[in-house]
Design a protein around this ligand. Structure first.
Ligand SMILES: Nc1nc2c(ncn2[C@@H]2O[C@H](COP(=O)(O)OP(=O)(O)OP(=O)(O)O)[C@@H](O)[C@H]2O)c(=O)[nH]1
Length: 346
């Protein structure tokens, strides 16, 4: 990499479990096939990075764990980016922030880093879980819905992902909703984030750094004086709710429970437990030894759908599960897992 050249920075936004890591996987392969060397900054609100297991080993990665990039560990971002770029000299960097992050504040944190190093901040790619949005749209309330709206409004490219989980009519309705919420972005419906990446990255030039700054100026000029105001759709819609209720700590309501397993558990019991998770838990992931299977598994749970992938992690990776949700009963989850551990699949 030419040190005089600004390093392109791509930011992936989208609610927890929407498909950011899935898209990241496609992008890394695409760039590699084009002879480019990407690096990744991964941010997890929990203290283990399980998504990192899905990224090819040779990709340099900085991990920001145990908090949100836009808040508690925001100041680390500059340091992490600086070290990653100085040490690895990548052709580009992708930042996958936790899905609980307020997108405007990620922009803010990254633009702050551009004071210290030459960065070419690309406009944001936002991934939307179509089924999850469709459900929240019905009630049109709650912090998760508002955060999703903010993420949609900040995106220059919207991927309406998981359309396999909704019917054609719903898909049409969601497309119209996205166009209404953010007429400036282009939108691609997708399954497993399978999109034309050339097109995604091309169109991506739509909003540039100046425009990102214009958004910041908009923040200053909108008069609310609140740092978290993310009314970036260039319309001030006051109908229904006050947009100023977007608070700075948009993920304050998010609870994380991390459980380290002492031994293997029964797969059927675990699947049963997952199928009975309370609705307030919207994301789960983990790596497990089952007593009744030979291989280890990476489990994923997003918006009431579970997925199990055989995995052979490199190095010493503990058996662990992370649950993320809104004010859920952590003790109840812990108790159920302990009972499963005790029986050890017996
Ligand atoms: N049915 C369905 N599942 C999908 C699709 N895309 C991704 N998934 C699954 O959704 C789960 C979450 O996907 P990820 O890519 O890890 O989501 P994420 O946004 O990175 O999640 P966080 O990092 O926790 O915010 C995984 O089990 C994926 O396999 C899709 O189009 N349809």
């Amino acid at each position: 990499m030419n040190s005089d050249k600004a390093t392109p920075i791509y930011i992936l936004s989208g609610f927890l479990g929407s498909g950011k890591t899935t898209l990241l996987g496609h992008l890394l392969t695409f760039w590699k096939d084009h002879g480019l060397r990407p690096a990744v900054v991964m941010n997890e609100i929990g203290d283990v990075n399980l998504d990192g297991l899905l990224v090819q080993d040779e990709v340099p990665m900085a991990e920001m764990l145990g908090g949100c990039i836009c808040c508690t560990i925001r100041s680390d971002l500059s340091t992490q980016l600086y070290e990653l770029i100085a040490q690895e000299k990548p052709d580009l960097v992708v930042i996958e922030a936790t899905g609980a992050a307020n997108p405007m504040e990620i922009f803010d944190a990254v633009t702050e880093s551009s004071l210290y190093m030459k960065l070419d901040i690309k406009p944001m790619i936002t991934i939307v879980d179509a089924a999850h949005l469709a459900e929240l749209y019905e009630s049109q309330q709650g912090k998760t819905y508002r955060l999703m709206i903010d993420q949609i409004r900040c995106g220059s490219q919207l991927i309406l992902n998981k359309v396999d989980r909704i019917d054609d009519n719903k898909q049409e309705e969601m497309k119209q909703l996205l166009a209404k919420l953010n007429p400036y972005a282009s939108m691609i419906p997708a399954v497993k984030c399978n999109v034309n990446l050339e097109q995604l990255l091309d169109n991506h030039a739509g909003r540039n750094h100046q425009e990102a700054q214009a958004i910041h100026e908009h923040l200053d000029s909108c008069g609310c004086g609140k740092e978290g105001c993310t009314d970036v759709a260039h319309t001030h819609e006051h109908a229904g709710h006050d947009h100023h209720e977007h608070t700075h700590h948009s993920h304050d309501h998010v609870t994380v429970y991390t459980h380290y397993f002492k031994g293997p558990i029964d797969s059927v019991e675990f699947e049963q437990f997952i199928s009975e998770l309370p609705r307030e838990i919207y994301r789960g992931k983990g790596i497990l030894h089952f007593s009744d299977t030979a291989s280890r598994f990476l489990f994923q749970y997003a918006y009431r759908e579970a997925d199990y992938l055989k995995i052979t992690p490199q190095g010493d990776v503990p058996d662990v599960a992370v649950f993320i949700g809104e004010h859920f009963d952590q003790a109840a989850i812990a108790d159920k897992l302990k009972v499963m551990e005790k029986s050890g699949g017996q």
